[in-house]
Design a protein around this ligand. Structure first.
Ligand SMILES: NC(=O)c1ccc[n+]([C@@H]2O[C@H](COP(=O)([O-])OP(=O)(O)OC[C@H]3O[C@@H](n4cnc5c(N)ncnc54)[C@H](O)[C@@H]3O)[C@@H](O)[C@H]2O)c1
Ligand SMILES: C[C@@H](O)[C@H](N)C(=O)O
Length: 406
């Protein structure tokens, strides 16, 4: 897959289209104080849950699956989550939820996994992302449409709760690009976008017609320390690897290409909070969620505040640039804020700081100076000690570092 993306991104000509420079300081810009510890929030949710869910994650070895599985394990125990995928687990990853091979093209196999493990919730992450999808349209159609159809059918038959993420890619060039609302024009020009609109609409149809508890969030580009799977927003992760390893990054998007993004912890929190919200509180089944919006030039500037010698160059990939030019520059997620108290925590500087902290550990490359002062974990534990059992404190202390280093 990686090879296919590289192939389509051999630069041929510089794109002439221009988008207005985005302002990073969105209406939701937050202060520079360290984000709250998400684990307190997860603990609260787990404590209030009457029946522990049993969750199957498809496409679980991709960018998003493993950290979500770790959090669910922390919340509801080792046997609460099953990760599945069609690829082998990476060699260096030892800490995983129970794992099994599952091809989402095989509906019987999905049913077998559901029935054998008494699953009540599917988190369907299997997909081909935007750039890789353009490189293999028939496969994108199969995985993103047939896969969704299989998952929804199985959810209907076995009365499952089902989460299928959507994306900013579900919008297109005729969509208002600044503060894009939940309900607006959706005429995407990528196969990824087309299949994601299909997933949103089919999921909502299954909800209306059969009462399937379908839920979806339109994610922006997600930034984490896990290598991404072939999207248009991937540069916003690669830039951190390159900054640490080489002190420079060659960006395939123009300097002024603004896109909405979100740090991984906020993404995980959005899924967990959304799925734990009672159905009665949801006014919609598909919501926008977002964190921050920035351009390559703006993230480069933020990186230079940590690594002053960092340099960015531009070598435009016409295919990815064309995709980015049709996507929103910022999202309006006010309905999610209103309906289920959605509230992201990480601004651009906090994202940069935590990314360097994680990658410096992962790649074993020291930072020029200590960039991130975290709330000491002992403080979080102290604040919990007043209310909860010693066994829980031990499990929190043990599980948290694993999530960060997976
Ligand atoms: N990462 C982001 O920035 C982002 C943003 C918006 C939406 N999303 C959505 O979130 C979900 C997860 O994204 P991700 O970044 O983890 O994707 P990813 O590309 O990293 O992982 C997708 C996984 O799906 C698996 N897969 C492919 N074909 C399969 C098949 N036939 N059966 C089973 N598994 C198969 C792949 O092996 C891969 O591990 C996707 O639906 C994606 O559209 C992601
Ligand atoms: C935005 C999202 O859907 C994905 N990261 C992509 O670029 O394709």
């Amino acid at each position: 897959m990686k090879k296919a993306v590289e192939k389509i991104c051999v630069p041929v000509a510089r794109s002439r289209s221009r988008t207005p420079v985005a302002t990073y300081s969105s209406q939701y810009r937050r202060t520079a104080s360290p984000p709250r510890d998400q684990y307190l929030r997860y603990y609260e949710i787990a404590r209030k849950t009457e029946k522990k869910p049993k969750i199957l994650i498809t496409g679980g070895l991709g960018q998003l699956g493993r950290s979500l599985a770790s959090i669910y394990k922390f919340m509801y125990g080792e046997d609460s989550v099953i990760l599945s995928d069609i690829c082998k687990r990476p060699e260096n990853v030892t800490e995983l939820a129970p794992f099994q091979y599952l091809n989402i093209m095989d509906r019987n196999a999905i049913e077998e996994a559901i029935v054998n493990n008494n699953v009540d919730t599917i988190i369907h992450f299997s997909a081909l992302l935007s750039a890789i999808g353009e490189a293999n349209v028939p496969l994108a159609l199969q995985v993103n449409c047939q896969g969704v159809q299989n998952v929804l059918e199985v959810s209907r038959i076995h009365r499952l709760k089902v989460f299928i993420p959507s994306t900013i890619g579900a919008f297109g060039p005729t969509t208002p690009r600044v503060s894009t609302p939940d309900l607006t024009i959706q005429r995407p020009r990528t196969i990824y976008g087309v299949t994601k609109v299909f997933a949103e609409l089919l999921g909502e149809y299954y909800f209306e017609k059969y009462g399937v508890d379908f839920r979806s969030l339109r994610f922006p580009g997600i930034i984490s320390d896990v290598q991404p799977g072939g999207g248009t927003t991937d540069y916003a992760i690669q830039i951190f690897y390159d900054a640490l390893k080489y002190g420079k990054h060659k960006c395939y998007l123009r300097h002024d290409t603004a896109l909405p993004m979100m740090y991984n912890d906020d993404c995980m929190a959005s899924v967990i909070n959304f799925l734990s919200t009672p159905s009665t509180k949801l006014s919609m089944r598909t919501y926008n969620v977002t964190g921050i919006s920035f351009t390559p030039a703006q993230i480069a500037e933020a990186i230079q505040r940590v690594i002053p010698h960092f340099q960015i160059e531009y070598d435009i990939c016409p295919i990815r640039q064309k995709i980015a030019d049709t996507w929103p520059q910022s999202l309006d997620d006010s309905t999610a804020r209103q309906d289920w108290n959605w509230s992201p925590e990480y601004d651009l500087d906090q994202t940069v700081n935590i990314m360097f902290k994680l990658l410096s550990k992962k790649l074993n490359i020291p930072l020029p100076f200590e960039s991130y002062k975290e709330e000491p974990r002992t403080k979080v534990l102290e604040s919990l000690e007043q209310n909860v059992s010693p066994a829980f404190i031990t499990s929190l202390a043990e599980s948290t570092p694993k999530v960060a280093t997976l």
